[in-house]
Design a protein around this ligand. Sequence first.
Ligand code: BV8
Length: 249
Amino acid sequence: MSAAQAITIPDDLVDCLRSARHVAVLTGAGISAESGVPTFRDALSGLWAKYRPEVLATPEAFVRNPGLVWEWYTWRRELVRTVQPNEGHRALARLADRFETFTLITQNVDGLHQRAGSREVIELHGNLARVKCFEQGHIIADWQEDGTVPPRCPRCQGRLRPDVVWFGEALPEAGLAAAFAAASDCDVFFAIGTSGLVHPAADLPLAALRAGRPVVELNPEPTPLSRRCTYQLRGNSGAILPVLVAALG
Ligand code: BV8
């Protein structure tokens, strides 16, 4: 029996989706795992094995060792360049066309949803492909790797950093407000591939539950959210999401 054949989507969830006007989805690192992008829960590999992401992804780490932090993001950026979106990303891009309103919210900074064809993506934690200067915040689309690590801002000569939200930094206000509005307005909320440990993103499914919306968790492992979810789809997003799209006919 193939993996897809073993997956069944509860009939009442399919019925709920068939009558849904607005579906909201929050994704985490798990949806990119099948593309070969290590999740935050995975132990970092190779050179980075001795570092913890929660420590490296901070302004303090950058101030302490800007070169190390810059190189970590260069390694991740180059890794993401070599991978492809997987069936889970592509299924979400197809799912968006099935509803009047579809809000895709991601904690990921890899840009794989957009490469899979998703158009409007709320990137709560920024995107690796963009950089800005640490001192003035100028967003820099193209920068010169001239051997200076980190490279300097062409506008103010400040040190360049990735345009991502580090621990201890505020999330983009507009994106966060839109995400919470979607959590309260949607007919169904999906939490896909997230351990639900990082706030305020982890509060989004709880906001949906508080608004009386059904929450579907898609994850091979249980999380702190699991016991409060309306539905739990246990498995890999790359296997389950195409089955879910097919079940909608
Ligand atoms: C802020 C970008 C305030 C950088 C990231 C309340 C309670 C407790 C703590 C806090 C709180 N409020 C704030 C905090 C502090 C902190 C926080 O949450 N700490 C945690 C660790 C306790 N939050 C912050 O600092 C946030 N900022 O609150 O600022 C503020 C306000 C005003 C002014 C100033 C300040 C900022 C948080 C954002 C940090 N940046 N990323 C970068 O990427 O380098 S977080 C980063 O880690 C990711 O973006 C992601 O959000 C998180 C990892 O979580 P997941 O995505 O869930 O991934 P994870 O690896 O954990 O889990 C993967 C899951 O996938 C697993 O469950 C696994 O089973 C599953 N899986 C595996 N394979 C598959 C799969 N699922 C499906 N299919 C598969 N095939």
